[in-house]
Ligand binder design. Structure first.
Ligand code: 5GP
Length: 344
């Protein structure tokens, strides 16, 4: 056993220090990023937010509402005909990930869909991206689909980011072990990594190789999304912040015929396991929980708030484009045990 004595930080442990600058007006801040991916060599432009592939949030209605500027990772429970129909229409494949798990059936389904239509983005999703078999699995997908852009995860430490980019030939690595709003991994297993530090360390490792990272989980406010970008995330994936909208699929809570809330649960929760895997397994703890989130109306309004927060943050630190936010950021440590500043 050993102890890592370095302090590691979560979103709540920091704030971003405002800076005197030729601050651009908020409306002039450019939120679009332009990426060329490491292994697929494909290019992408847009606002780098991704709706999570959770079954309540990663829906076709969400993809249609957020695209083409913002991406959605569709949940993996859509049938092959539904996917063929969806990706067969106009540009929808340019802003949507097809999600795969780690079963042969998932790869068969991808093969079948790609025989009938073009898929540009796949998200290879496992609760634990640390196994050799996961890296081999990502490489198998790369070998079968050379020009597809692959996002794979989740991991939270730099050596595994490098492994997935190099040995797995992924393009984007998804970062987050335990920070999610309906995640119980930290409680049930004691395993995890504070998300702000995970992003800082993993982004540094990925950028050194010209790869990209997607910060996944733990953003409860627009300010957290800003902090994730400021820490170096290329993309930020959102679950809970996008739950409870008209574009979600799920069980609504109603009072007097009016929607007041929505059931939102982790994909490893008992609810999800009962729905998709015939119940919880004896050998596995449920690493997700179920909560009710308030009904929030159209997702477009929430996206306006999030993008408004990012624009304003950029203006506070003198970044005229989102691309410059990390470079312009000084985080202030504000937890009770620290009172210092450091450059991201
Ligand atoms: P949020 O934005 O809600 O904080 O986090 C969303 C992320 O939480 C998802 O994209 C996914 O990576 C993660 N997640 C979803 N369901 C579960 C679960 O049941 N257990 C764990 N450990 N993580 C989950």
């Amino acid at each position: 056993m050993r102890i890592d004595n370095d302090s590691k930080l979560d979103f709540d442990d920091v704030l971003i220090r405002p800076k005197r600058s030729e601050a651009p007006s908020r409306s002039a801040v450019d939120l679009d990023r332009h990426f060329t991916f490491l292994n697929s060599r494909a290019t992408w432009s847009g606002i780098p937010i991704i709706a999570s592939n959770m079954d309540t949030v990663g829906t076709i209605a969400m993809a249609d509402a957020l695209g083409p500027q913002i991406m959605t990772s569709l949940h993996k429970y859509y049938s092959e005909p539904e996917l063929v129909d969806f990706f067969g229409q106009a540009d929808r494949r340019t802003f949507t990930f097809l999600t795969l798990g780690i079963k042969d059936d998932d790869l068969d389904r991808l093969r079948q869909v790609t025989q009938k239509t073009t898929i540009q983005y796949v998200c290879v999703d496992a609760a634990n991206g640390y196994t050799k078999s996961f890296v081999d699995w990502v490489k198998r997908i790369r070998d079968a689909f050379e020009s597809v852009t692959i996002m794979a995860g989740n991991v939270a430490t730099p050596e595994m980011v490098q492994e997935l980019l190099i040995s797995g030939a992924a393009d984007i690595v998804k970062i987050g072990i335990g920070p999610g709003s309906v995640c119980m991994t930290r409680v049930m297993t004691g395993v995890g990594y504070p998300q702000l530090s995970a992003i800082i360390e993993c982004a540094d490792a990925a950028h050194g190789l010209k790869g990209h990272v997607c910060a996944d989980g733990g953003c409860r406010t627009p300010g957290d999304v800003v902090k994730a970008f400021a820490a170096g995330a290329d993309f930020v994936m959102l679950g809970g912040l996008l739950a409870g909208h008209d574009e979600c699929e799920g069980q609504w809570v109603e009072e007097d015929g009016q929607r007041t809330g929505m059931q939102f649960y982790g994909m490893s929760s008992k609810t999800a396991m009962e729905r998709y895997a015939g119940g919880a397994r004896d050998y596995r703890a449920c690493e997700g929980k179920e909560i009710v989130v308030p009904y929030k109306g159209s997702v477009k309004e929430t996206i306006r708030e999030i993008t408004g927060g990012i624009r304003s943050a950029c203006a506070y630190v003198g970044a005229s484009q989102l691309r410059d936010l990390s470079r312009c950021t000084t985080f202030v440590l504000c937890n009770r045990t620290h009172n210092t500043v450091f450059e991201a």
